[in-house]
Design a protein around this ligand. Structure first.
Ligand code: NAD
Length: 270
């Protein structure tokens, strides 16, 4: 099954779950930047919400909004019982401290899974794990290599793979190229998230049954490209576009629906 087919099938299942809920889930998306890429991500999220019968509202702020104003707006939705989930689209304008904003969103409404005390995982790594499970890929005991160590992809990805009992290695910008080559050569699963078009290429040797999960999104004159060159000699390589981006969008609504189901369960007990 392609990622597109898997995502479309899973969305239908999620829509069925949403239809069993006593209240229409509400997601608040707050955007304070004018980045065209952010706009296109938000449009994707709104499109998914419409399909899943979820009430998603976009609040577009001016880029000169102050940190205090943004905090007050988030607190308003933290206290609003009709609001189930809150997303603050990244990147934020430079004068706003991203780490403070991430902590301001209630851990119980943090759909992006960034709050350190929250129970949900960040969407990109969680979406990838969900997909690997769906494809019945055995993770236990496998050599997993994560290239990139960002807080939203690389680090949480390594943690989730470790939870799956993989032997996890993380490489980053300071890893020596010769070492990276050795790690790639021994890897069963490679997750790459570095933002460098076609970085994984024929300079490396791959296991023929390796799996490459390409998280990179690089805007080039030929369109969107991943961090791995297309058609590498491996068993499975996720495409860009039409790969991890779709899994991330799906995981976002998986997280929102988890929040709604937990709320309904807790209300039942009252
Ligand atoms: P980032 O841009 O914050 O950081 C890049 C990471 O790559 C760093 O950890 C750095 O150490 C590592 N790196 C850079 N050069 C390297 C090299 N030569 N060898 C090994 N490591 C190297 O990371 P990010 O925010 O995770 O974004 C990475 C890419 O993933 C970007 O293209 C981004 O657009 C994309 N992304 C895609 C999705 C999705 O849903 N598909 C989600 C998040 C990020």
């Amino acid at each position: 099954m392609t990622i597109k087919e898997y995502v479309s099938c899973r969305k239908q299942q999620l829509k069925d779950v949403v239809n069993t809920l006593t209240k229409v889930p509400q997601l608040i998306i707050i955007n304070a930047n004018e980045d065209p890429a952010s706009k296109s991500y938000i449009n994707g999220k709104l499109k998914d919400a419409a399909l899943l019968n979820i009430d998603a509202k976009l609040i577009q702020l001016e880029p000169n909004v102050t940190q205090e104003q943004l905090i007050r707006l988030i607190e308003k939705y933290n206290d609003d019982s009709n609001c189930d989930g809150i997303i603050v689209q990244l990147p934020l304008p430079k004068h706003i401290d991203e780490s403070i904003i991430k902590l301001t969103i209630s851990k119980d409404k943090d759909v992006d899974g960034f709050h350190p005390l929250g129970t949900l995982n960040p969407c990109t790594p969680q979406g990838i794990i969900n997909y690997l499970h769906h494809e019945n890929i055995t993770l236990e005991g496998k050599n997993a290599l994560v290239i990139g160590r960002s807080n939203i992809v690389g680090k949480p990805m390594a943690k989730l793979l470790l939870n799956e009992n993989c032997n996890v290695t993380i490489c980053h910008s300071k890893t020596k190229f010769t070492d990276l080559k050795n790690y790639v050569e021994n890897a069963d699963i490679i997750v790459i998230a570095i933002g460098k078009n076609g970085f994984l290429d024929e300079r490396f040797n791959y296991k023929s049954d390796a799996i490459i999960i390409d998280v990179g999104i690089n805007r080039t004159l030929e369109g969107l490209k991943g961090d791995a060159k297309e058609n590498l000699p491996v068993k499975l390589q996720t495409p860009v576009p039409g790969g991890v981006g779709l899994l991330t969008r799906l995981a976002l609504y998986e997280n929102l629906i988890k929040i709604c189901l937990t709320k309904e369960k807790n209300n039942d007990g009252i």
